[in-house]
Design a protein around this ligand. Structure first.
Ligand SMILES: Nc1ncnc2c1ncn2[C@@H]1O[C@H](COP(=O)(O)OP(=O)(O)O)[C@@H](O)[C@H]1O
Ligand SMILES: O=P(O)(O)OC[C@H](O)CO
Length: 496
């Protein structure tokens, strides 16, 4: 009987169930989208029960479409949109408010207040993060402040908090396990990443009772079995969990210090493994836990780019320049260069290393000769320049020089972009055969816990190269182009 690992990838817009075999190959994928709620400008919420329903639906369709029975599943790995916050009633299992999504800005005022009180460096020091509405801590506070009677119930231990991994493990185990893993805990603004425990001082400042927090566990471990009715009469071990970006770092087999991956989706998330060292950033990066495994935790530096693939969607839907994102490549290669055109897609501000939420997008260098092709090429190039900005910050903070960059996500199919990325970084860019690195990472974490794979050395061998892009540009050209980008970004930030 063939056996598999089932990976549950709970993302911001859809839930997916992916079956992997022992070679780390995809056997089947099932996917389901769910509702996005925008109750006020800048707010983003999900219905945690709808997410749970979407997970049950994709599990059922994945198994039935692949004709795989539950007893063939050796273990389940979970990976999730990070920071998104759920608070629910321990008795009834009902969420007391919608899940507040990582993108949501509804706690910006709470953050301003904390910053005014001078708490920034304390949070930075202990959690590796910045005080920002992005992270879970102020979202929990918001729910406790806004739902009647919630704080009192939380203090009595009647409410539970969890990021999406915690919520799903709790549901799958029929309420047996209230746990999270180190990588997810490190995104909450409440977890001390050096002492590896919930931080009493920060909890006090945020007004979050400790009783509602999950137990923090390794990323690769059996947390509980599923209750059998979810799996048609079979109990299956839930054996691993990690936040989606950290899971992708694992799925890309970036196990050694200095190895990095960049995911090109709606935005870009770039993570560099820094081993057992938590490196403090002076250049606008986050320090985060990559995973907890083999009795220790390993850390990463992380940079965020808010607009990447969504700039290509803007060309497609906003400017109607083409019908399909993939057409951008054919247009870009019709011209030899952008002829000095730069697009700075700061539609929602700029992330690492600028952290400027007020700035908005701009275009520079237009002439009478500028064509659609130049415009498209310049927009694609902006993804690569932003990635170079992040890498520059990483190299300065870590003193590690990157040898190669591993890439994944929707936009890496664009060969022009990948060639340009390698040229502008001056290092090779490696695209793996399996682009579903997030789900694969979670499968590996679970598989290691149940002995489906022996160790990381075995996993490393399964990483297969699809294509390697090597730099062909001269150092002078690279500098000239990148200097142009830096001038464009600084001019954009000056225009407010
Ligand atoms: N060939 C391509 N060239 C450039 N961008 C692309 C290409 N194919 C997809 N994209 C972009 O990639 C993004 C989708 O990637 P995906 O990893 O699915 O994103 P997410 O997980 O953030 O939803 C879209 O924003 C799309 O515009
Ligand atoms: O769901 P994704 O892939 O957009 O990822 C969201 C990130 O984890 C947010 O930090």
């Amino acid at each position: 009987m063939e056996t598999y690992i089932l990976s549950l990838d709970q993302g911001t817009t859809s839930s997916r169930a992916i079956l992997f075999n022992q070679n780390g190959e995809i056997v089947h994928i099932a996917q389901k989208e769910f509702t996005q709620y925008f109750p006020q400008p800048g707010w983003v919420e999900h219905d945690a029960n709808e997410i749970w329903g979407s997970i049950l639906a994709v599990i059922a369709s994945c198994l039935s479409e692949a004709e795989v029975s539950p007893e063939q599943i050796t273990g389940i790995g979970i990976t999730n949109q990070r920071e998104t916050t759920v608070v629910w009633d321990k008795e009834t299992g009902k969420p007391i408010y919608n899940a507040i999504v990582w993108q949501s800005r509804q706690t910006a005022d709470i953050c301003e207040d904390l910053k005014e009180k001078g708490y920034d460096s304390l949070f930075r020091e202990k959690t590796g993060l910045l005080i920002d509405a992005y992270f879970s801590g102020t979202k929990v506070k918001w729910i406790l402040d806004h739902v009647e009677g919630a704080r009192e119930k939380a203090e009595q231990g009647k409410l539970l908090f969890g990021t999406i991994d915690t919520w799903l493990i709790w549901k799958l185990s029929g309420g047996k396990a209230h746990v999270t893993d180190y990588s997810n805990a490190s995104r909450t603004l409440m977890f001390n990443i050096h002492e590896l425990k919930w931080d009493d001082e920060l909890l006090e400042i945020l007004g979050v009772p400790k009783a509602m927090l999950p137990e923090v566990r390794p990323s690769s471990e059996i947390y509980a079995n599923t209750v059998d009715y979810h799996f048609f009469g079979q109990e299956v071990p839930i054996a691993g969990a990690a936040g989606d970006q950290q899971a992708a770092l694992f799925g890309q087999a970036c196990f050694e210090e200095g190895m990095a991956k960049n995911t090109y989706g709606t935005g870009c998330f770039m993570l560099m493994n820094t081993g057992q060292k938590a490196i403090k950033s002076n250049h606008g990066l986050l320090t985060t836990i990559a995973w907890g495994i083999d009795g220790k935790v390993e850390y990463a530096l992380e940079g965020s780019i808010f607009v990447a693939g969504s700039a290509i969607q803007w060309l497609r839907d906003g400017l109607r320049m083409f019908k399909d994102a993939k057409d951008s490549e054919a247009y870009a290669v019709k011209v030899k260069s952008t002829e000095g055109v730069y697009v700075v897609p700061a539609f929602v501000g700029l992330g690492t290393p600028y952290w400027d939420s007020e700035v908005r997008g701009a275009v520079f260098g237009l002439t009478r000769g500028t064509t659609k092709e130049h415009f498209i090429r310049a927009t694609l190039e902006s993804l690569a320049y932003q990635t170079k900005d992040v890498l520059g910050a990483m190299e300065k903070d870590s003193s590690i020089l990157l040898k190669t960059l591993r890439v994944d996500g929707g936009a890496v199919k664009n060969n022009f972009l990948m060639e340009f990325q390698s040229n502008i970084l001056g290092v090779p860019v490696e695209r793996p055969v399996i682009n579903e690195t997030t789900a694969l990472g979670a499968a590996y974490l679970a598989g290691l816990a149940v002995g489906y794979w022996k160790n990381r050395a075995e996993i490393k061998k399964q990483w297969n190269l699809d294509r390697r892009f090597v730099p062909m540009m001269t150092e002078e050209k690279r500098e000239e182009l990148y200097n142009g980008w830096k001038k464009a970004v600084h001019a954009t930030m000056a225009f407010k």
